[in-house]
Design a protein around this ligand. Structure first.
Ligand SMILES: [Zn+2]
Length: 220
């Protein structure tokens, strides 16, 4: 039976080869990315603060191979990259939050209209794959009730006010007293993660930490 499965796996790899998320080289099915990209992936994350004073760690700056991988993941529907990007998140979280024991992982929600348009929420996919690696549950804690202008289209000043009151806690009891890790794909000014953290904070969690794959610009 195993031989038969291996045979089918080999056929699938030939017909549908896996690609490195960063440079698109063909890779083995069990590889996260090609050997050259794995070597050039940063060993240390960037620790930064986000709006509201919450800790945030990011794997890499918004540039190079990880930026290209992220853009393909989000805009070219390369959802299979999630597992590989989540692995980088996982390594970075283990390194930068060694003191934290999280009750669960959650993620920045999208407004239902935007999610319907894209077909998926990249943060949710990352959080679910990360949850498997960290062996802790992933749960939706927030919903986005306002369909706001995309943050990247706004000035730094307007980004802060654009998201005010945009999120709502789904289940207050599930937040109270819990240590929560919020996942986002990219942190720019920290306004989105800051607003999510502030919304959860109203329900008195024990701790909130944030983690993103990429960090772009100066966080305040
Ligand atoms: Zn590569």
């Amino acid at each position: 039976m195993n031989k038969l499965l291996n045979f089918f796996e080999r056929i699938i790899s030939l017909l549908m080869p896996e690609h490195c998320p960063f440079c698109t080289t063909v890779i083995e099915r069990d590889e996260l990315c090609c050997k050259s990209c794995l070597k050039s992936t940063p060993a240390n994350g960037i620790l930064q603060g986000v709006t509201g004073g919450y800790r945030c760690t990011s794997v890499h700056l918004y540039k190079g191979k990880l930026k290209r991988g992220m853009l393909r993941f989000k805009f070219k529907r390369k959802t299979q990259y999630s597992e590989q990007l989540a692995f980088f998140l996982y390594q970075n979280i283990e390194r930068n939050y060694p003191d934290m024991v999280f009750d669960y992982i959650t993620y920045v929600p999208m407004h239902e209209k935007s999610q319907r348009k894209r077909g998926f929420n990249q943060c949710e996919l990352l959080a679910k794959d990360l949850s498997k690696l960290m062996h802790i549950p992933c749960r939706a804690s927030l919903i986005k009730t306002k369909n706001t202008t995309p943050q990247h289209k706004l000035s730094r000043k307007k980004r802060r006010t654009n998201l005010k009151g945009a999120f709502k806690v789904i289940d207050k009891k599930a937040v109270c007293g819990k240590s929560i890790l919020i996942i986002d794909d990219i942190v720019t000014t920290g306004s989105t993660l800051g607003e999510c953290a502030k919304t959860l904070q109203k329900c008195k969690p024990a701790h909130i930490c944030c983690a993103t794959v990429l960090a772009s610009g100066r966080i305040c």
